[in-house]
Design a protein around this ligand. Sequence first.
Ligand code: ATP
Length: 363
Amino acid sequence: MAKVRLEDIKRRFNNVIAVEDITFDIPDGEFWVLVGPSGCGKSTILRTIAGLETATSGNLYIGDRLVNNIPARARDVAMVFQNYALYPHMTVAENIAFGLKMRKFDPKTIQERVVNVARSLSLDHLLDRKPKQLSGGQQQRVALGRAIARKPQVFLLDEPLSNLDAQLRDDTRAELKQLHQQLGITTIYVTHDQVEAMTLADKIVVLNGGRIQQIGEPQAIYALPANQMVATFLGNPPMNILPAIYKGNGFDVNGQLLEIPPSVRENLPIRSGQSVDLGIRPEHISINSDANSTENSGLLVEVKVVEPLGRETLIRVSLPDSTVILNVQLGGNVRLHPGDRLSLQLDLNQLFVFDPKTGYRIS
Ligand code: ATP
């Protein structure tokens, strides 16, 4: 195991700056997830740590060793890619053993490691098969097994679940988490999937446009996002964003006044007349029982789409004469139809206020 430290890493491809100002410190044995939309620079950072890319500037440490000029094979890291990259002519056992043979481990140690790894990944009964005789999920487990068998100091995973179907993805995700708990190897995991990030990570690094947006524990980032990008990226359905103007006693949302109680108003660092973007998560909105009421911070809306999911119901609603759409998450037992008019209640303690120009959270 080893800690990993990135110091002001920058990577430029000709005129394109892929990543810059990348600084973070991963303690021994933690599971960190780099997450963000396509092109945000996740893979570039991971490949730089692996030694498959060279940083344009900055320093990279694995353990206490500066590895800027150390080649990939001497960094003692193992990387797993989304396309498995198994050797098709080798059996599962041979694939798992491959890295150990290359490093000239003795046959007894290799045999022991293969058996142990296969057991922990439930591959014991598949050791004699070739990759094409395996399902996608089994192939991915072999790829993980091949990486684990080497007992690297750091484990690098680049979207390892993205080729699996939904059910298998969920299962393999849970297995990965369990495996990390067992082995305690420092792990850096790249994904664009916010569910994987939330469920797997000790810490999440949210990236956008090649820069770090926020680093923190999943729940902490979810509860207190630094800016609108982070707020809308984590959470499904995403946080609703409502353009509004502050009026002193509340927010004007497309002609409707969302009243704010004095206790909440006091702490708002904004002035009357200021344009803001309000953020509210779908689970922090409910229906006012009196359909004609706009009291208690109600917003009149029209139902557009109803999606019953059993345990919960998702609805999409629009503000009158507006293109603004809100996602609302309600209980399972809701009878609504497109065209219904409702008054929605927003939990004002859960309301975020963003600066529309910079995207930063004001409150
Ligand atoms: P994805 O989720 O789509 O894989 P990513 O977040 O992993 O994306 P990167 O692959 O790290 O993003 O790419 C970051 C940026 O650097 C992108 O704008 C990409 O086009 C650019 N880039 C990456 N590799 C190269 C390269 N070899 N040459 C030129 N530009 C590159």
